[in-house]
Design a protein around this ligand. Structure first.
Ligand SMILES: C[S@@+](CC[C@H](N)C(=O)[O-])C[C@H]1O[C@@H](n2cnc3c(N)ncnc32)[C@H](O)[C@@H]1O
Length: 301
C-alpha cells in the first residue's frame, strides 16, 4: 500500500480539518451551512421545548428533531397514505451501519403513527460487516473501502423495537424481501426510502425496489433522501445510479424536489437532497392530495 496523509478536499473539509478547541471551534461550526444548521438546530431544539406552546409537536413542526430529513420523509409518507386511504405505510433505510439513522427513523415512525393513525413499518437493509468491495470505478473507491462502517449487531438489536433489520448483501436480501413480503407491502406500501449505500453499484441494486414490484407495493409518489450526493459529481456514485434509472424508466422518474428549501423551516441544506420517485402509471397517481374543493386564488381586492 502506498503511504501518505489523507486528503481533506471531500466530505465538508475543503480548507482542512476543524480547529481544536475554544472559540475557533464555534466559528468553524457556524462558518459552513451544513454544520451551522446542525448547531442551530441543537440550540433551537433545547429552546423550543421550554417555550409556551412548545414541546414535541412544535419541534416536529419546525424540523427541530434528530435527522429532520427522515422526519420529513415519514411525514410525507403518512400524509399521502392517509389521503389515499391506506392504514399503514413502509419506510426503508438502505445502509444502516451503526444504526443511528435506523433508530431515528423508528422514533419518527412512532411519532407520526400516533399523530396520524397510519401504522409505519420501518425496515433497514445492510450487509452487517461494513462496506463490501467496490465493483465499479463509479463506486468512489478512492473514498470508501471494504470494512468501513461495521455494525454491532447485538447492541443494535436490543434497541430496534418494532423496526426490522435485514442483514446480507442487498443483491440477495432485496429480491427475497420483495418476494416474501409482497402481501405486507400491499397492506403497507412503501412511502419513504433513504439511500445511503455510498456505492454506485449498491445504489443501482437498491433501485430494484422501484423497478420490480407492482404499483400496489408502493405509493404513487415515494419520497427519497439521497445521502451521498454532496462532494461527488453527477457521473459517479449515487447520482449516476439515479441518472441510469431515469434513462431506463422514463415512466417512473426519480427527481429532486425543486425549491423545497424555500418552503422548509430554517432553510436546511438537506432539502436539496430530497427526491421523489413518481410512478406516472400508478392507478392512484392522479388522486388529488388537496381537499375535494381544491385550492382557489380569488382576487385580493
Ligand atoms: C455510510 S453507511 C450507512 C450509514 C447510516 N445510514 C447512518 O446514517 O448512520 C453505508 C452502509 O451501506 C452498506 N452497504 C453498502 N453496499 C451494500 C450492499 N451491497 N449490501 C448491503 N449493504 C451495503 C454498508 O454495509 C454500510 O454500512
Amino acid at each position: 500500500m502506498v503511504g501518505g496523509s489523507p486528503t481533506t478536499a471531500q466530505k465538508g473539509h475543503p480548507f482542512g480539518r476543524r480547529p481544536v478547541g475554544g472559540l475557533a471551534d464555534v466559528v468553524w461550526d457556524w462558518s459552513k451551512s451544513g454544520t451551522r444548521h446542525a448547531a442551530r438546530n441543537r440550540l433551537l431544539r433545547r429552546l423550543i421545548k421550554r417555550l409556551p406552546g412548545g414541546g414535541v409537536d412544535a419541534a416536529y413542526r419546525f424540523g427541530l428533531v434528530e435527522r429532520p430529513h427522515y422526519a420529513y420523509g415519514v411525514r410525507r409518507a403518512t400524509e399521502l397514505a392517509a389521503r389515499l386511504g391506506h392504514r399503514g405505510v413502509t419506510v426503508v433505510e438502505f445502509g444502516v451501519a451503526g444504526g443511528n439513522g435506523l433508530l431515528a427513523l423508528a422514533e419518527h415512525a412512532r411519532y407520526y403513527t400516533a399523530a396520524t393513525g397510519v401504522a409505519v413499518r420501518v425496515v433497514g437493509f445492510d450487509g452487517g460487516v461494513g462496506m463490501p468491495a467496490a465493483t465499479d470505478p463509479r463506486d468512489l473507491p478512492y473514498l470508501f473501502g471494504p470494512g468501513f462502517y461495521t455494525m454491532d449487531h447485538e447492541r443494535l438489536r436490543t434497541r430496534l423495537g418494532a423496526a426490522e433489520l435485514i442483514i446480507g448483501d442487498i443483491a440477495e436480501t432485496l429480491p427475497h424481501y420483495l418476494h416474501t413480503g409482497a402481501s405486507l407491502l400491499r397492506d403497507q406500501p412503501i412511502g419513504f426510502v433513504s439511500l445511503d449505500l455510498d456505492y454506485y453499484s449498491s445504489t443501482t441494486t437498491a433501485l430494484d425496489l422501484f423497478r420490480s414490484p407492482a404499483h400496489e407495493h408502493l405509493l404513487p409518489r415515494v419520497t427519497c433522501y439521497l445521502d451521498d450526493l454532496p462532494g461527488t459529481i453527477e457521473q459517479i456514485g449515487e447520482a449516476a445510479a439515479i441518472a441510469d434509472f431515469n434513462t431506463a424508466h422514463p415512466d417512473k422518474p426519480i427527481g429532486r424536489v425543486l425549491g423545497l428549501r424555500a418552503f422548509t423551516p430554517f432553510d436546511p441544506p438537506w432539502a436539496d437532497q430530497i427526491y421523489v420517485h413518481h410512478r406516472l402509471h400508478h392507478p392512484a397517481y392522479a388522486r388529488l392530495e388537496i381537499g375535494a374543493t381544491g385550492d382557489q386564488l380569488p382576487l385580493d381586492h
